[in-house]
Design a protein around this ligand. Structure first.
Ligand code: IPE
Ligand code: IPE
Ligand code: MG
Ligand code: MG
Length: 322
């Protein structure tokens, strides 16, 4: 059975490969007992599959896609989905991928364990590749992601651009970096080219998270498939907030929310204040700069359709609305 996948339009040229990834995501869970299987499928459905597409395209820069790349791509989205299940519980988010979050329809403890279960499935897929270097990158990336999320939770006052970049590099860019890097390793490419893929993934991931943080202020909940304004309500200081605080004399409305005044009136006033301060444009300019740097990293790779699609992916990441 071909499972249909809702691809972003620019990935249409690799639809057959992405449908194979989709099938594998489902097939891998066939033996899992109920009700765990249906809850894992529920959680996996509806993602944009950006990281798996990064695996497929990075590999295809060097050679046509073979079976191990599908396993790697599926494992990467399983790891990503597991982090989302855990992230939503930590963020008390109600909506993900246009559906109720797992911890709101299941006991929260079971949701934690379902995330862990998915990590176990991802590890099994990676193990089948029989490639210790990829295994090591995968394990280290999981550690980096966890450290990034922990840092975000226990951040103590330090609200500099440097703190912000350190945080998003760990919690988000690390998996983009690893996706491109692991595909390069699997393709048997030269070290210089693996390094170029790493850099591409890293800069792309930075741009991606900055735009995610911008969408938290200007995005539409229905289109995003997840709540807007949620980081802000939780007092997380993202790039738009940093720019806002630097730009305005009277940062009262935002300080009120950050110091716990979370009623709708205060939150709406603060979001509007950030929107009209120029902070959104300044943040998007940074995202664009990262996207441009990611495109520069591609220069040393073979020039072919897959490389061009990676280049377009960097433009998409800045333009996206979901
Ligand atoms: C969401 O990532 C988590 C972040 C790092 C901001 P995506 O926006 O790629 O999530 P899905 O997979 O499409 O749901
Ligand atoms: C978390 O970032 C990224 C992960 C590593 C899970 P966010 O908290 O901004 O992700 P969203 O906005 O909930 O998707
Ligand atoms: Mg979140
Ligand atoms: Mg977010």
């Amino acid at each position: 059975m071909i499972t249909s996948v809702q691809l972003i339009p620019l990935l249409e040229p690799i639809r057959p490969q992405m449908e194979r990834v989709e099938c594998l995501l489902h097939e891998t869970l066939t033996e899992v007992e109920e009700p765990i299987r249906s809850k894992l499928r529920y959680s996996l459905d509806g993602g944009k599959r950006l990281r798996p597409s990064l695996v497929i395209l990075s590999g295809q820069v060097f050679a046509p896609t073979t079976e191990p790349f599908y396993s790697l791509a599926a494992a990467v989205d399983m790891l990503h989905t597991a982090t989302l299940i855990h992230d939503d519980l930590l963020d008390e988010a109600s909506l993900r991928r246009g559906r109720k979050t797992l911890h709101t329809i299941w006991p929260p403890g079971a949701a934690v364990l379902a995330g862990d279960y998915l990590l176990g499935q991802a590890i099994s897929l990676i193990a089948e590749l029989g490639h210790p270097r990829i295994f090591k990158v995968f394990g280290e990336t999981l550690c980096t992601l966890c450290a990034g999320e922990i840092r975000r939770m226990v951040a103590q006052g330090g609200h500099s651009h440097q703190d912000y970049y350190r945080s998003i590099e760990a919690k988000t860019a690390s998996l983009f970096t690893a996706s491109a890097e692991m595909a390069g390793i699997l393709a048997g490419s030269e070290e210089m080219q693996i390094a170029a893929l790493r850099r591409f993934g890293r800069e792309l991931g930075m741009a991606f998270q900055i735009v995610d943080d911008v969408l938290d202020f200007i995005g539409d909940e229905e289109q995003l498939g997840k709540p807007a304004g949620s980081d802000f309500r939780q007092g997380v200081v993202t790039l738009p907030v940093l720019y806002y605080l630097e730009r305005v004399e009277n940062s009262g409305p935002v300080h009120a929310v950050l110091s716990g005044q979370q009623d709708e009136g205060h939150v709406c006033a603060a979001i509007e204040a950030v929107r009209s301060s120029g902070a959104i444009e300044a943040s998007l300019a940074e995202a664009r700069a990262y996207a441009r740097q990611s495109q520069e990293a591609l220069a040393t790779l073979p020039d072919n359709t897959s490389r061009q699609l990676l280049c377009s992916l960097a433009d998409y990441v800045v333009e996206r609305k979901r």
